[in-house]
Design a protein around this ligand. Structure first.
Ligand code: GAF
Length: 354
């Protein structure tokens, strides 16, 4: 229990504690910084945080994952330490008026890191929500998600979109968040009870901020300039054709953004109408687009996805930023155990997340 952990580490009671889930994205990848649609769902796994404000500018953070107590300050710059995200969230909580000075914080998580299932968004959103609640502020979950994204964009220097923060702030396990990242309008849709969305880690660990995400973001920025619009996911066929003078690589990136958005819009309808076989096809097409056009998959993940489908999955795809991490597969609940055993016995680096 996180409150007990806090008490043991800091020798006092935490003033507030809570749990924030991780997320898995069912479809709609790299659309969230291009004004497109995303369809993530919350996981039963996540991050528990307990904290108490301090009367000075120190930030002390205990992490079970690192079995370490980090001693930081509210004016610290990021220094590539695991505690950076929490320091950034504390600074943002101060800027938002939720917190006056530093804090003592304990964090426990059962989310694997570098898996593409949003451990960082769960930490930043979780801390900001607790600080908001303790301060008695009426800020909405959407406002919290926007602040948490700013921690990544402005403090960490990771140019991510808004999907992860909105998903972990708003969705609950068993529900998908159909989010239009252009307007931030959303609806929650129940997942089918007949099928599971299995999350399997490929065993290939990745780091989002290692440069390739930024590279894709810059390529999309170049497409935005060429089209003269920010929400390039919503480009028309005519606009896509007008990109013919761009290098082939950029045209493929543009095609992914356009088709992935369209697939995700259709997937929302399929989920609402319980049209699961078509949802599976869209997941498969999404993986092909990430592999061929956006080029963010790696061979071991491609092989895992291919087997997840050939062993009986309705659909499967890499999920998250790319270059390793997890796949998500839609599988009939009754077939799940046999399917999972066969897949994991062939892919010995892979392991079940949930
Ligand atoms: C990462 C980012 F943080 C998200 O904003 C999103 O772009 C995703 O990669 C790719 O869809 O999780």
């Amino acid at each position: 229990m996180i409150a007990q952990r806090f008490e043991k580490v800091f020798d006092k009671k935490a003033q507030i504690s809570g749990f924030t889930p991780g997320r898995v994205n069912l479809i709609g990848e790299h659309t969230d910084y291009n004004g497109g649609m995303v369809l993530p769902t919350a996981l039963p796994l996540g991050v528990s945080i307990a904290f108490s404000p301090r009367n000075d500018d120190r930030i002390q953070i205990w992490s079970d994952k690192f079995e370490d107590l980090a001693r930081r300050k509210t004016d610290d710059a990021p220094n590539d330490h695991w505690s950076d995200y929490i320091v950034g969230a504390v600074k943002m909580a101060i800027e938002a008026g939720y917190l006056k000075r530093g804090a003592d914080i304990a964090v426990e998580t059962n989310l694997p890191f570098g898996a593409g299932i949003s451990s960082s968004a769960a930490v930043t959103v979780g801390l900001l929500k607790l600080a908001r609640d303790l301060a008695g502020s009426t800020s909405s979950e959407k406002e919290i998600a926007i602040l948490a994204r700013r921690v990544e964009n402005e403090y960490i220097g990771m140019p991510c979109g808004i999907m992860d923060q909105m998903a972990v702030a708003i969705a609950h396990p068993g529900q998908a968040l159909a989010l239009d990242t252009n307007t931030l309008n959303y609806q929650l849709i129940d997942l089918p009870t007949t099928h599971d969305m299995a999350v399997i880690h490929s065993g290939q660990f990745r780091q989002l901020n290692e440069g390739r995400y930024k590279e894709r973001k810059e390529e999309c920025d170049a497409i935005k300039v060429a089209l003269g619009r920010e929400n390039i996911c919503q480009m028309t066929d005519v606009e896509f054709a007008s990109l013919s003078s761009l290098p082939n690589t950029l045209r493929r990136r543009a095609r992914h953004c356009m088709t992935e958005h369209r697939r995700t819009v259709e997937a929302v309808t399929c989920l609402r109408d319980s049209h699961i076989s078509r949802l599976g096809e869209l997941m498969n097409e999404s993986h092909v687009s990430m592999r061929e056009d956006f080029e963010i998959t790696i061979p071991p993940v491609d092989a895992l996805v291919a087997d997840a489908i050939s062993f009986g999955g309705i659909g499967a795809r890499q999920t998250g930023g790319g270059f390793g991490g997890c796949i998500v597969a839609c599988i009939e609940r009754g077939k799940r155990q046999a399917w999972q055993s066969e897949l994991l016995s062939k892919h010995t680096d892979a392991f079940l997340v949930c």
